[in-house]
Structure formats: structure tokens, C-alpha cells
Write a protein that binds this ligand. Structure first.
Ligand SMILES: *Cc1c(COP(=O)(O)O)cnc(C)c1O
Length: 405
């Protein structure tokens, strides 16, 4: 087989469908978030403002976080030195797990090398090892949850997005004696909508199911201490597993689950994706701990974040730029055409120094192509005016439909 021509043909297919991904080559500026330098392929570079970062609160450059990481490197060196089992468990991992268990009001926590790995390993292990387990998965669950459930080979049912009624219908049709697990998210990252957590927990309780909530896009951002939507709504105790990332609002890298002592110990003891991989560098764990501690005590970033989000929405409305209405911090500006979405994103970057990645199929359904805008506390009034002004120009240029006020 001509392997390279096979690869090239497959990639051409992606290009023709408009799904070929091009990465922006960036260097972020510490202390000047959300500014970055973008390097072009021809070797030149220019300054840009990032409008699509998941470092939602700029914690990746927070002085406490940066200091904690530098101190940890000076104290313990660069890497962890092994898997958690064989010489890799550093004191900063233990401290981070205590911090996380406390954040979600649980007995225990277990950290992984990413949020993806935490979902894949925890769901994969729970669903595979609980005898006869049936998994009920929200239709819009993240790829990491889907892959974990698939990997478990457990029977699975996909319920209509955010529909406790459909979940109840599916669960009622199954053998009441089979163990059940309900997996869903709080804030969904593309539409920014929020799950009816209490109602879903009611259905799960009725059928005696384990509940597993991915709060990746909510931890640090919602709740009095940044524990997420479940904390804000007083529901943390109703979830058996709360999963999160250290890579988004906490600004660093890594993932985790929190739950009962027995559940976390079970995953620790049986999950291949936890056991057979080198532990996070201690400096990452120390940085994450500093970010979590800071956001537990300080509501300022969360308040400023929500205020910036509201301002972006208000100014978009004033110009009739259509954006999906939702109760979260994610502002999806709707373009509805893959080619135009990519073109607008290219012009924003080259001409206006604004970086927003286009979101096209298969990440979102065809016809709902969008620019996913994530305002942060560090975007100034001038930044917002510049963004909305640029979108206004391009909306006229492309003759795109305006929203009616
Ligand atoms: C990003 C994401 C993850 C994975 O987290 P990482 O730490 O980036 O690996 C898991 N779930 C959802 C919903 C996500 O958006």
C-alpha cells in the first residue's frame, strides 16, 4: 500500500468538506492576557487578542499560580518521576486531591493527566467493572465520555439532550434489577446551555442509578467557591461523581474525579488509564492547587467574568449580530455557513488582530456554524468595542442576516 498517498487522499477529503483544521501558531504573553503573538507560516508575526480561550479567568497567568509552579520546580525539579504507584506520587498530588475533594464536598478525589483521560478512564472502568451495568448518556456528551463508555463495552442508551423525561422513559424500559449509571454535563461547551441537574438526579434516584457529572466548563466559574453549577444549585451531594479539568478555568492542565472514598479507591485500583501512566509534574499540581485555593476565596474573577459576558451580549444585540441565547459564559455567534465562518475568522485574525476559531461540522451540526466567543475578566471595553465593530463590518460585507431587536 502507498501509505502516504492514502493519508493525503483522506486529508483532501477533509479539505473539500471544509473540515480540515488549521492551527493558529501563538505565543501567549504572561501578564498581558489575552494578548498573544501569532506566527505566520511565512515567518512574520503580529499581535492578536485571543477571544476563544478556555483559560476563562486568565488563571494561567495569575501571580499565585505562576509563583507556585516556579517554587515547585525549584523545590522538586521538573517531572514526577514515575507512575503514581511506582515512585511518582509527590506530596503536591496528595495536597491537590484534598483540595479537590473539599471543593466538591466529597470524601475523595483522584487526579489524571487530563480531563479527557479522567472521563475515559473513570467511565470506562466503572461501566466495565460494575456487573451488568447499563449506561445512560446525554446525546451531546463530550467525546471523552463517549469513548470511555464505548471502551467499557457496557450496554448504553443515549437520551435526548437535557431531557429528564426521555431519560426516565429509557430507564423505565430496562430491567429494574440491572445496575445503572447516568452520565451528563452541567454546561455544554458549544451551545452554552445548562443541564436540569436536579430533575436528572430525581430520575436517576427513582431508578437507583449512579450519577456522573462532567463540570469541566463550570468549575472555577460558578458557585460561591467555584465548585460549579452543582455547587451553585446546592446539588453536589446528589452526584456520585463530579468530574472536572484543571486545564480550563484553573488555567493549568490535568483532570480529576471526586466522589466517595470507596469509588475513588476503586477507580484508582482498576483504571488502566490511571495506573499505567506517569503522574502529572508536581509543578502542575502545585499550580492547580494555587488556582483552586484562590478561586475558592475570591468571587471577584467570577463577577467580572459574568459582567464582561453580559457586556459582549449587549453590544452584539445593539448591532443585531445573532448569538445563541444561553445562561452561561459561552457566546456562540451564529454564522450558519461553513465557508463564511472560516472566511470571517481568517479576516478577523489577519485584518483585525482578533483570534476566534471557526466552529464547523462535525463539532456542531451543519447549518449552525459559529464563532464561539469566550469573554474573560481581562477583555477591556476597548477590546469589546473592537470585536463588535469588526463583526459589524464583516456582517455587512458578507450580507449575513441580522437578528431583530
Ligand atoms: C475539554 C473537555 C474535556 C476534557 O478536558 P481536558 O482537560 O481538556 O482533557 C472533558 N469534558 C468536556 C465537556 C470538555 O469540554
Amino acid at each position: 500500500m502507498e501509505f502516504d498517498s492514502f493519508f493525503a487522499e483522506a486529508l483532501d477529503g477533509l479539505r473539500e468538506a471544509g473540515n480540515y483544521r488549521v492551527f493558529a501558531d501563538l505565543e501567549r504573553h504572561a501578564g498581558q492576557f489575552p494578548r498573544a503573538t501569532r506566527f505566520r507560516e511565512d515567518g512574520t508575526s503580529h499581535d492578536v487578542t485571543v477571544w476563544c480561550s478556555n483559560d476563562y479567568l486568565g488563571m494561567g497567568q495569575h501571580p499565585d499560580v505562576v509563583r507556585a509552579m516556579k517554587e515547585a520546580i525549584d523545590r522538586c525539579g521538573a517531572g514526577a518521576g514515575g507512575t503514581r504507584n511506582i515512585s511518582g506520587t509527590n506530596h503536591s498530588h496528595v495536597a491537590l486531591e484534598q483540595e479537590l475533594a473539599d471543593l466538591h464536598g466529597k470524601e475523595s478525589a483522584l487526579i489524571f493527566t487530563s480531563g479527557y483521560v479522567s472521563n475515559w478512564a473513570a467511565l470506562g472502568t466503572l461501566a466495565a467493572k460494575i456487573p451488568g451495568c447499563i449506561v445512560y448518556s446525554d446525546a451531546l456528551n463530550h467525546a471523552s465520555m463517549i469513548e470511555g463508555i464505548r471502551h467499557s463495552r457496557a450496554e448504553r442508551r443515549v437520551w435526548k439532550h437535557n431531557s429528564p423525561e426521555d431519560l426516565d422513559r429509557l430507564m423505565s424500559a430496562d430491567d429494574p434489577s440491572r445496575p445503572k449509571l447516568v452520565a451528563f454535563e452541567s454546561v455544554y461547551s458549544m451551545d452554552g446551555d445548562i443541564a436540569p441537574i436536579a430533575e436528572i438526579c430525581d430520575v436517576a434516584a427513582k431508578h437507583g442509578a449512579l450519577t456522573y457529572l462532567d463540570e469541566v466548563h463550570a468549575v472555577g466559574l460558578y458557585g460561591p467557591r467555584g465548585g460549579g453549577i452543582a455547587e451553585r444549585e446546592g446539588l453536589m451531594h446528589r452526584l456520585d461523581v463530579i468530574e472536572g479539568t484543571l486545564g480550563k478555568a484553573f488555567g493549568v492542565m490535568g483532570g480529576y474525579i471526586t466522589g466517595s472514598r470507596q469509588l475513588c479507591d476503586f477507580v484508582r485500583s482498576f483504571a488502566s488509564g490511571f495506573i499505567f501512566t506517569t503522574a502529572l509534574p508536581p509543578a502542575l499540581a502545585a499550580g492547580a492547587t494555587a488556582a483552586i485555593r484562590h478561586l475558592k476565596a475570591s468571587p471577584v474573577e467570577r463577577q467580572q467574568h459574568q459582567e464582561r459576558v453580559a457586556r459582549v451580549r449587549r453590544l452584539l444585540d445593539r448591532r443585531g449580530i445573532p448569538h445563541m441565547d444561553n445562561p452561561s459564559h459561552i457566546v456562540p455567534v451564529m454564522v450558519g455557513n461553513a465557508a463564511k465562518c472560516k472566511w470571517i475568522s481568517d479576516i478577523l485574525l489577519e485584518t483585525y488582530g482578533i483570534y476566534v476559531q471557526p466552529i464547523n461540522y462535525p463539532t456542531v451540526p451543519k447549518g449552525t456554524e459559529r464563532l464561539r466567543i469566550t469573554p474573560t475578566p481581562f477583555h477591556s471595553d476597548a477590546d469589546i468595542d473592537h470585536l463588535v465593530g469588526a463583526l459589524n463590518d464583516l456582517w455587512s460585507h458578507c450580507a449575513l442576516a441580522r437578528a431583530v431587536a
